[in-house]
Design a protein around this ligand. Structure first.
Ligand SMILES: NC(=O)C1=CN([C@@H]2O[C@H](COP(=O)(O)OP(=O)(O)OC[C@H]3O[C@@H](n4cnc5c(N)ncnc54)[C@H](OP(=O)(O)O)[C@@H]3O)[C@@H](O)[C@H]2O)C=CC1
Ligand SMILES: CC(=O)C(=O)O
Ligand SMILES: [Mg+2]
Length: 566
């Protein structure tokens, strides 16, 4: 709701507002006269979506709705999250990014270019919102499994923050989608006349580091306590190392993905009945997500009784050169060294197929960006070797998934415990509906952000990330567990985010990084009520604004008729 002296804000054009509110907001006459129920508004939006057969057109319609009628957008998304998430997030956001500069209509976030260095603070001052609590920042250099998309990657911060609002009740105006325009290694983009970023080669790692140093200071000076989520950087390890213990920040691809996959693995490992010491995990992909996930699972295996060395040795990581080994002959990137094998007796395994045959894994994890990499032959063997093979093709968007749900089931005789990064449809088999899990960090990052904001944590500790995973793994209803699900029903995501946020808050308190004194002594029930009371709820927003305006326009409360403009 805008103050009386300000021009109307996007939320003010909501047709659910009463005449009184419209007059107060000065939108009276600017929107059609009918005062509409939330259901009528939603049914119009659903009809508009139905009329658009292509997902990308639905994505564009929803983007424009978010810009012009923000609360209606979030009502629609929250109430239909299962249908809307694939449109505003993966897989459709992948096309949204690929076509970003071609489809551009309206500003949806903040762009800061390399040429702005030295003046980053003044660019931040142009952001129209005063109280920003969270930002998702990317340089666009590894967008999903689609490679370097430069500033076209803006769809990712926009999409992730939309999920923060819809799934965890962060207020829309407290979110900042942030794109760092640091050049792109993508030549075809640089040559595209419609590309809207700087047409320069990507800056060097050192130049990017200096830029990020300035950005981190500027962000926290302008919005003290802001939560900073790093997303889809090609090599995000140095930034996490540098800023992790110093700022309230985390890396979603390393830590958020690690947590969400750990939650699924905890449930899956229990289902297999195979003790953790006998688990053998082949990871296709040894990048930020691969290594991040493997490290989280190492911590779980250690909590289950293995030594660190025993836990580490349960993992075989595969990259473009094959199995990561000490004697492969290339200089290993720093982040791969921890998992590098020394038990290969001088033999190098060049392909995933060779590694799978060599290891005979219980777990096959895909974080490689390579669609279809889990071949029918590999899946068949996984089914032969294991009573319940764990198969997680996690690369996004859908076309980059290492296998489909149908293939994983079909080739393992319907025994696979499955989760993918992007959604797949359920499949009917033998009169039973088989439902795939979605191992996507969207199940944890909203709760990590909410818990961090509410506890006013100064940093995001490893224990907070781990707590997000264990909280998620305990959030399944008994009916979901009995159906063999690894993740809870997406429609319950707001409740799940509350559970995750509470776990994060308690871990922050245990680590002593929290600053919110008023909740320190709260028990579970009281804390849950408090967390819920802090969440933005688009379905009660109309009523909240109504009451606020009533309060402002009621002369007995205010002492004047300031709200009436007619
Ligand atoms: N489900 C989820 O929630 C998430 C999914 N992801 C997905 O995971 C994927 C990877 O992300 P991320 O780890 O950040 O990306 P990175 O670029 O950091 O890592 C990709 C890894 O895959 C390897 N790789 C790429 N191509 C091949 C190939 N042809 N053969 C063998 N290995 C290959 C790379 O090898 P090399 O090191 O030699 O270059 C690298 O180790 C993306 O598709 C992303 O969408 C990411 C985060 C969350
Ligand atoms: C989901 C996500 O963060 C990714 O694919 O990069
Ligand atoms: Mg990501």
């Amino acid at each position: 709701m805008s103050a009386a002296h300000l021009p109307p804000a996007p939320g003010d054009y909501d047709t659910s507002h009463s005449t009184t509110v419209r007059k107060y907001n000065r939108t009276y006459g600017l929107v059609p006269p009918a005062v509409e129920s939330l259901d009528v508004q939603a049914s119009r939006c659903l009809k508009q979506l139905e009329r658009r057969p292509q997902s990308i057109d639905k994505y564009l319609y929803l983007s424009s709705l978010r810009s012009t009628n923000v609360h209606l957008f979030y009502r629609l998304v929250s109430q239909h999250i299962k249908d809307m998430a694939p449109l505003i997030y993966t897989p459709t956001v992948g096309d949204g990014c690929l076509q970003w500069s071609h489809n551009y209509v309206q500003p949806e976030g903040l762009y800061i270019s390399y040429s702005d260095r030295g003046h980053i603070a003044s660019v931040l001052h142009n952001w129209p919102q005063v109280n920003v609590e969270i930002t998702v920042v990317t340089d666009g250099s590894r967008i999903l499994g689609l490679g370097d998309l430069g500033i076209n990657g803006m769809g990712i911060p926009v999409g992730k923050l939309s999920l923060y609002v819809a799934c965890a009740g962060i207020r829309p105006e407290a979110t900042l989608p942030l794109m760092l325009d640091l050049g792109t290694g993508n030549k075809s983009l640089r040559e595209d006349p419609l590309y809207m970023g700087s047409r320069r080669e990507k800056v060097s790692a050192q130049e990017e580091k200096e830029f990020l140093d300035e950005l981190m200071v500027a962000l926290t000076e302008k919005w003290p306590g802001i939560v900073i989520q790093f997303e889809d950087f090609k090599n995000p390890f140095p930034a996490l190392e540098t800023y992790g213990g110093k700022y309230t920040c985390f890396n979603d691809d390393i830590q958020g993905t690690g947590a969400v996959v750990l939650a699924g693995i905890i449930s899956a490992v229990k289902r297999t009945g195979v003790p953790v010491k006998d688990q053998r995990a082949v990871f296709f992909g040894a990048g930020s997500a691969g290594v991040g996930v493997a490290k989280q699972i190492v911590e779980y295996f250690m909590r289950e009784g293995l030594t660190e060395d025993e836990a580490r040795r349960c993992f075989w990581l595969v990259d473009t050169k094959g199995l990561v080994t000490n004697d492969r002959g290339d200089k290993l990137a720093e982040h791969k060294i921890y998992f590098s094998r020394d038990d290969n007796a001088g033999k190098q395994y060049k392909t995933l197929e060779e590694v799978v045959d060599h290891v005979r894994p219980t777990i096959l994890m895909g974080l490689s960006t390579i669609g279809g990499a889990f071949t029918p032959d590999m899946l068949t063997k996984m089914g032969q070797w294991n009573e319940h093979p764990i198969i997680f093709p996690l690369s996004n968007p859908s076309a980059n998934s290492e296998c489909t749900f149908e293939d994983a089931l079909k080739h393992t005789n319907y025994k696979a415990l499955f989760a993918s990064g992007s959604p797949f449809a359920s499949i009917e088999h033998d009169g039973k509906l088989e439902t795939p899990g979605q191992g996507n960090n969207m199940y944890v990052f909203p709760g990590i952000g909410l818990g961090t904001i509410l506890s006013k944590a100064t940093t995001i500790t490893q224990s907070m990330i781990y707590a997000s995973a264990t909280s998620l793994s305990t959030s399944l209803h008994p009916s979901e567990v009995s159906q063999g699900w690894l993740y809870p029903e997406l429609a319950r995501i707001r409740d799940v985010s509350v559970i995750v946020a509470m776990g994060v808050i308690k871990a922050a308190q245990e680590a002593g990084v929290d600053r919110e004194q008023s909740i320190k002594s709260m028990g579970n029930e009281e804390l849950e009520k408090w967390v819920r009371s802090k969440m933005y709820d688009p379905t009660t927003e109309t009523q909240r604004v109504e009451e606020e305006v009533q309060g402002l326009t009621d002369p007995s409360k205010w002492g004047g008729n300031r709200g009436s403009h007619l």
